[in-house]
Design a protein around this ligand. Sequence first.
Ligand SMILES: Nc1ncnc2c1ncn2[C@@H]1O[C@H](COP(=O)(O)OP(=O)(O)OP(=O)(O)O)[C@@H](O)[C@H]1O
Length: 396
Amino acid sequence: MYHKIGTLLPSPGTRPRYIQMFIYDTEHEIENRLLENNGLDRGLVDKIKHVLDAHNPFVQTLRQLAQRDDILNYENDKLNTPDDYDHIVRAEIPDKNDEPMLYEVVMRHMIHVNNLHYPTFKQAAEKRGFLEEDDSIRQCLIEARAVRMPSALRRLFATILLYCQPTGVRRLWEENYPYMIEDYPSSSSTNNVLILNRLLHEINSTLLQHKRSLKEFDLPQITEDYQDLRSISSLIEDELSIPIPLDDLNAVSKLNPDQLQAFNTIKHAIMRKQNQTFFVDGPGGTGKTYLYRALLATFRNVGFIMVATATSGIAAIQLPGGRTAYSKLKIPIKLDSSSICNFSKQSEVCQLLDRAATIIWDEAPMADKKAIETVDRTLREMFGVDLPFGGKIMIL
Ligand SMILES: Nc1ncnc2c1ncn2[C@@H]1O[C@H](COP(=O)(O)OP(=O)(O)OP(=O)(O)O)[C@@H](O)[C@H]1O
């Protein structure tokens, strides 16, 4: 209904139409109707008008609007949503004894019944069974989950918030949240907060474009910590979002005595931020990669940044988030005794290395000696610390 009726009062210079007939210039309502359509039978229109006035509760409600002082405020404002109408269109429940028939009609058709009032027209209509609670929205989201990318699902969710006025926002959120974050990589509990905030931030950005905000909805809110995290580079964010395989977390309990000794020694240094360089050596197949994976999982799981590199690409992909040392540390191809890695002090790479608890470089002995010296020289210079690798804990 609200799509068709336009403003409650006609705009200046135009004749009343549709719903405006019941409110504007009611003394000349018949004439106004005939002007709209001169083929009408005056007698018939008059009879219909009386029938509607006597028996239609909506017409009676609209007639009362004419007596409202604030109705003029709505003259030029199109009421766009059921809530807008609900705000001003209300019917009184007639006295059951004085007007039993009218009472029955109103009780049958009126939205707010039994003194139960709902914040919006839509909610009231749902409670009366005129609408199904968010069912069409839910169905739409279920279909979208099957065929749409998570990014499209996020935009759809924001659009639903903006235009569909769901009543159970929190329930829709809980149902669809896991599907909306599917393309945000993470598995640790630490990162879940980041992921939640990232999703909320993205939905909020869409809402802000339409001058709305997350705060208006029954949804979790962005935590303040996230505002700090927003200032970090995307490189660090990517590093914090590296998935942590459960097997790697469990690997700690399966380390053999040698591996465990190495694990504990390195752990000790990381916890105390002691500058140390470790050389993990052993014949092929003795569990070096196994140890690295256990270290990466354990410390990433508690929010540490662990940069994982290897000399060869094959070895790099054995480590979650692993890259070749040349690529990650921007080691130049041509090396000499004064080479420096290709990143500046202000670069995201430098920020990442600065925040990293440790740098793992698997198969380092296979790399050109000058490459290792270049990294050492660069980190000393970047961090202004004259210690091996600028004071970083290195595992080679
Ligand atoms: N403590 C352990 N418990 C169970 N399995 C282990 C353990 N340590 C190593 N392994 C297994 O042994 C195999 C070889 O281990 P890994 O690849 O870590 O050795 P590596 O020293 O890195 O070998 P390479 O130098 O050839 O790369 C892997 O399948 C690994 O899962």
